[in-house]
Design a protein around this ligand. Structure first.
Ligand SMILES: [Fe+2]
Ligand SMILES: [Fe+2]
Length: 410
């Protein structure tokens, strides 16, 4: 049974939540406490899976409590539940909390968010990796893109479009912006899956605060960028995102799925960034071994780390509250037949885009494990595979020719 701890100094709110969640008592072991000190006492006697804490509390506020929990019990999922009027205070917890919920929170949403957090343990089993991912507050940016965003934000009237354009090329900024915008804290009415929309809805002031005062965006050490070939990886992810959107537009689906496909493509290998940056030496050796033995990177990662980059990435994005379709696309981009999809979905677009970029693009071709699973694609409802793949190939040729022209023109 999963365990959940609720912390709020207002007795009415606490008893309201207790009443609302009565129906879940056979599924979760729930505890309710009135402040940070009591919460820590509970955790000391028995760590819990999820903590949902109020932000504004006397003595120890939500951000302070969650930062102690982050330090001492890194595997615990940390959620802030706070009022809209506390937006400024709550921004302080960006980088500490995994997700943010707004008061009043309806039962459906609360149950959904907590259930997803509990289910994540099934995506990634290794406790060491869970702690590592859970402790991450940000994915750094490429220095060149970080400098660009700082410059743009320093201008008198930065435009939403130019910010969106920079963010959309960077895995780190994309993940952070989408984490914030998909949390209900900002009171946005629906799931947002395009970056332009996300940037516009957060607004320039919040983005400025994230960059300058809260400093939640950071940049990689340039030496690491060179040693770990991060620019190639960013290029691959950007290319997979662009291709995934193009080919989703040729499939029987709506434009929202095409936008999600783009976003999923940008972040599909975020697990490689997590492993490569936090276990650099071991990760470089793992990839070298995979190449020598001609096995897929994913198989080698599973052998050495207990999970592949796909699972690590999906765990991070799930923890950060990304939409299910994107988490699924990242988890199964190498093996879509293990997902539950029966018709076209972002996971299919990312799977094919990744394979096409390996076959035709700039990344080393024919790395095992990046082939298109045609047998599975043939089982999907409503997709005329041969025709669709033909269109995809034409698109990628156009896309790559355009890319080459850009490089030649530089
Ligand atoms: Fe991958
Ligand atoms: Fe990839």
């Amino acid at each position: 049974m999963r365990s959940v701890l609720f912390v709020d100094d207002e007795p009415d709110i606490l008893s309201g939540i207790r009443r609302m969640l009565r129906g879940m008592r056979n599924e979760w072991d729930m505890q309710f406490v009135a402040g940070g000190a009591q919460a820590l006492e509970v955790l000391e006697s028995h760590p819990v899976d999820v903590v949902v804490s109020d932000m504004r509390m006397p003595e120890m506020d939500g951000a302070q409590l969650l930062s102690v929990i982050k330090e001492r019990w890194p595997m615990t999922v940390r959620i802030i539940l706070s009022g809209h009027s506390d937006q400024e205070v709550t921004l302080r917890s960006v980088g500490i909390a995994h997700q943010y919920l707004a008061k009043p929170c309806d039962m459906e949403n609360l149950v959904h968010v907590i259930s997803r957090a509990c289910a994540l343990r099934n995506v990634l089993h290794d406790a060491r990796l869970q702690s590592l991912v859970s402790g991450l507050s940000t994915i750094p940016s490429l220095p060149a893109l970080y400098i660009q965003i700082v410059e743009v934000l320093k201008t008198a009237n930065p435009s939403i479009q130019s910010i969106g354009q920079i963010v959309s090329q960077d895995i780190g900024m994309t993940t952070k912006i989408m984490q914030l915008v998909n949390s209900s804290f900002f009171g946005l009415p629906r799931r947002i899956s395009t970056l332009d929309q996300a940037v516009a809805l957060l607004g320039i002031d919040v983005i400025k605060a994230l960059v300058f005062s809260i400093q939640v965006f950071s940049q990689f050490d340039p030496q690491l960028v060179r040693e770990a070939h991060l620019e190639n990886m960013w290029q691959h992810c950007f290319q997979v995102g662009s291709l995934a959107r193009l080919i989703a537009m040729e499939a029987p689906t709506d434009s929202a799925a095409a936008d999600e496909a783009y976003l999923a493509g940008i972040v599909h290998d975020v697990g490689k960034v997590v492993l490569g940056v936090n276990m650099q030496q071991q990760y470089v050796e793992a990839l070298q071994q995979a190449e020598k033995e001609k096995v897929s990177h994913s198989d080698k990662e599973r052998e050495i780390f207990g999970a592949s980059h796909a699972e690590v990435g999906a765990y991070l994005l799930g923890l950060w509250g990304f939409p299910d379709a994107i988490v699924e696309a990242v988890a199964y981009h190498h093996n879509p037949s293990e997902s539950h999809v029966q018709c076209f979905a972002p996971v299919i677009a990312v799977h094919v885009a990744n394979a096409l970029d390996h076959i035709h693009g700039g990344v080393p071709s024919l790395v095992p494990g990046n082939e298109i699973d045609k047998a599975f694609l043939l089982t999907l409802d409503g997709l005329q595979l041969a025709k669709w793949l033909e269109k995809c190939r034409d698109k990628i040729k156009e896309c790559l020719a355009h890319e080459r022209e850009n490089i030649a023109g530089r």
